[in-house]
Ligand binder design. Sequence first.
Ligand code: CTP
Length: 393
Amino acid sequence: MTLKGKNILLCITGSIACYKSVDLYRRLKEAGAGVKIIVSSSAGRFISPYIFESFGEEVFTDDAFKSPLAHVSLSKHADLILIAPASFNTINKLAAGIADTLITLVVSASQDKPKVLVPAMNPNMYANGILRDNLNKLKEYNFHLASPETGNMACGDFGEGRFPDAEGIIFELESVFKEKTLKGKRVLVTAGATREYLDPVRFLSNASSGKMGISLANEAVKLGADVFLIALNIDAPCQYINKNMRIIKCKSFTDLKDTLPGEFKQCDILLMAAAVSDYSFKEKSSNKIKKGDLNLNVELVQNEDLLKALSGIKKEEQRIFGFAAETDSVIENGRKKLMEKSLDYIFINDVSKNVIGEDENEGFLINKEGKIKRFGRQLKTELAGKLLAEIIK
Ligand code: CTP
């Protein structure tokens, strides 16, 4: 949990999206952050500071003259200043260096602190050239931007300017605190399970949810990598997927086989978390087979091992990270796979421990030198960070 113990100064400025900052506050607390809050005078017309006070928080209001040095002490205390929502007015003031409210004053006194802006406004306002120029200017001054979403607005318009989900904002904050150890690297991730269709409705697959692969892809984005995710049948995402990655959807073993080699050639690191079917049906029907017509002795053909094939075309500097699902002799079987497929690393999921489809995982990492490391049960989102750290080492 990157935000655990971090002091976040949540600055709320006037926007109809202000009420969403209450959920954001709650999520920050759940992530273990310490939160101090400033509610600007226009934000105070949308939401009352008492909401946060009733949660036991001290709330600072936009009266800079009430406590003359509050902007300095608040700025010193903060590890990160989050302006969410950030209004048209506040963004433009910040870019011009105006400091006439408590929030703009705090920013003026926080040269060395990371600052994240979450713009939220009507799409026409968000498209306004002055705002765009000022956002670009603020980026040059190292302000981070959590981009607004596109959708229906409170005013009835449709477009870009909606306050993003709390998950997207938390992701941005976590990214700010991460060292960009994968900057300039291309990371290819596969996640989910292939489906081998017998007819248009029946298929052979497995229970892999894609959570581990998605966690790895998200983590690689946070570490600054250029990420490409091949998502296998993750239609209703089981967890948050960050927007800053390219995603291609594949269904079957054949789709994956057609997509993977071309993408692999361009990547520095392959994280092959997908559960690939070892078999396909010998014959497939393009029409739905009627129950009376089905020959119950359907014939299967074995699929090629994609990882093994990729190892054959691997360049010296590329890294291949495979995964294994084992129920018995887990280390022995995992080590065998590492060697047979010429992998740099393998993470062995002990699937007898009820990890498939769960938020948590546990298992063993083996590198090509044969070194084994055990990872106890933990969130897949946390394990992803630790596994990537092993490669970066
Ligand atoms: N894999 C692959 N191509 C396949 C099957 C698996 O590339 N046809 C990859 C998986 O993505 C995973 C690794 O190989 O990274 C190990 O997959 P796993 O299902 O654990 O093992 P298998 O090699 O299929 O062997 P077995 O089913 O006999 O355990």
